[in-house]
Design a protein around this ligand. Structure first.
Ligand SMILES: [Mn+2]
Length: 200
């Protein structure tokens, strides 16, 4: 069965159309209307090997927050939908990704139980403005929104970093790389659900 999903979500704050294919090659077509976020979501698709299309706009004249958060919510929902009953996946994965001086680690469990733990971002990172519009605080917010709406357990640790752009990009790439392996079919358990409960 194709592991794909398309979700359209419209609210008074944003309009999001998102399609993904978990068994892709990392082909992306991203227009979030938030330039720095385009860069991050393109990296997420590229390094997870998830084909990802996003067309979104929102009340970015107020602040990019609503649009950024809503896209993360829809990405999480689409991930959950495309995973279906999670039959045959590896389920657990971790990735540690550097970008020059920055180093970020993400561990995921495609568990069906939403949880998100983030640590290690340097003091003041949440107030850093990237691209003139994207605050460091939004990275953790995106991680939380994805985890809660996809129903996955996500631990993210920033192990090193000074440049905010480097830190954010390492965080997104670590998420991508961990997701890539966790959602990948495990040929040793074809057709089986990787849980002692028999359900995820
Ligand atoms: Mn929010």
């Amino acid at each position: 069965m194709a592991r794909t999903a398309t979700i359209v979500r419209k609210t008074s704050e944003s309009s999001v159309e998102l399609s993904l294919n978990l068994d892709g090659t990392g082909k992306t077509d991203i227009d979030t209307s938030v330039p720095f976020y385009n860069h991050m979501m393109t990296a997420l698709g590229k390094h997870s090997l998830i084909d990802l299309t996003i067309k979104a706009h929102g009340d970015t004249d107020i602040d990019v927050h609503h649009t950024v958060e809503d896209i993360a919510i829809v990405f999480g929902e689409a991930l959950k939908q495309a995973l279906g009953d999670k039959r045959g996946i590896r389920r657990f994965a971790d990735a540690t990704v550097p970008l020059d001086e920055a180093l970020a680690k993400v561990v995921v469990d495609i568990s069906g139980r939403p949880y998100c733990v983030c640590s290690g971002e340097p003091a003041g990172y949440e107030y850093c403005m990237m691209g003139g519009h994207f605050t460091g605080s939004l990275v953790r917010h995106v991680m939380e929104s994805i985890a809660l709406h996809a129903g996955i357990c996500l631990h993210m640790q920033v192990l090193a970093g000074r440049d905010p752009h480097h830190i954010a990009e390492a965080e997104f790439k670590a998420l991508a790389r961990a997701l890539r392996f966790a959602i990948e079919p495990d040929p040793r358990i074809e057709g089986l659900i990787p849980s002692t409960k028999g359900s995820l």
